[in-house]
Write a protein that binds this ligand. Structure first.
Ligand code: CO8
Length: 256
């Protein structure tokens, strides 16, 4: 498939996906979702890729869903656009490998929701975050009412969604929406350093931990802990885990 919006590259075991519609601040339209689904179809079965990095071209990460496309929608079309977007973003959360959002600029509305569907957000100090849908007479439609409260707490989700306020990267860090801030010019270097570190872990432990953390959030505590014990024990049947512990005992790096 020929991509018009996504720029994809793979270097070693790190895949990089850049959203490129800079003239409209990378606003998310139907074509974007078609391309992202296609890219994920290709990525999901690949075992050589261990980390995915998502960023935006130009001054925005993503400034939201494409308002020009949304403006003419019927309620039925809006439902499909919302549900389709939720399902696509859920594929990122369910991906085996960690997904890093490298937030280079505006992450608003659907852009903030895309960043939240990634496993963590590393942001430029110049980035801005917000859920400004109220200004359009809307509510978020790609799961911010649920993900933002889980990531940053109900008070912060209510505050950001009901006031439609755009916040600085420092404030996003303060409420746990962002995990790390970087100087704008070193964002990608820092993100790639983190990606390489994650990719160097060739055991099944990262996918296991990712799955447990995301799935466990929706389960009763004791049930989720049982799943943890089960995944923990599964790892003992894997050569990579045996090698990880053997390497520690032998005072060397694991051979993954
Ligand atoms: N959709 C379409 N076009 C956009 C969007 C967008 N979300 N954001 C910016 N653009 C366009 C502008 O219209 C402008 O186009 P043009 O040059 O043709 O006039 C171009 O991008 C550059 O933007 P600005 O000139 O406005 O740039 P500024 O630096 O002055 O301002 C802002 C930057 C503050 C980010 C401003 O562009 C803005 O407020 N954008 C809209 C932000 C917004 O409201 N986002 C939320 C959208 S709603 C949403 O995401 C809901 C998600 C769930 C959907 C569920 C499906 C039904």
């Amino acid at each position: 498939m020929e991509y018009k919006i996504l720029k994809i590259s793979v270097a070693g075991s790190v895949a990089n996906m850049t959203i490129s519609r800079p003239a409209v601040l990378n606003a998310l339209n139907s074509e974007f979702f078609r391309e992202l689904n296609h890219f994920l179809d290709d990525l999901e079965p690949r075992e050589d890729v261990r980390v995915l990095v998502i960023t935006g071209e130009g001054k925005a990460f993503v400034a939201g869903a494409d308002i020009s496309e949304m403006a003419g929608m019927t309620p039925e079309q809006a439902y499909d656009f919302s549900k389709g977007g939720q399902d696509t973003f859920a594929r990122l959360t369910k991906l085996r490998i960690p997904v890093i959002a490298a937030v280079n600029g505006y992450a608003l509305g659907g852009g903030c929701e895309l960043a939240m569907a990634c496993d963590f957000r590393i942001a430029s100090k110049m980035a801005k975050f917000g859920q400004p849908e109220m200004n359009l007479g809307l509510i978020p439609g790609y799961a911010a009412t649920q993900r933002l409260s889980r990531i940053s707490g109900i008070g912060n989700a209510l505050y950001l969604i009901l006031t439609a306020e755009t916040i600085t990267a420092e404030d996003a860090l303060r409420i746990g929406l962002v995990q790390k801030l970087c100087e704008p010019e070193s964002l990608m270097e820092e993100v790639m350093k983190m990606a390489s570190k994650l990719a160097a872990n060739g055991s099944g432990a990262i996918p296991a931990a990712k799955k447990l953390i995301h799935k466990g959030a929706g389960l009763p505590f004791e049930e989720a802990c049982l799943k943890e014990a089960s995944e923990f024990s599964n790892l003992f049947g894997q050569d990579a885990t045996k090698e990880g512990m053997k390497a520690f005992v032998e005072k060397r790096k694991p051979n993954w």
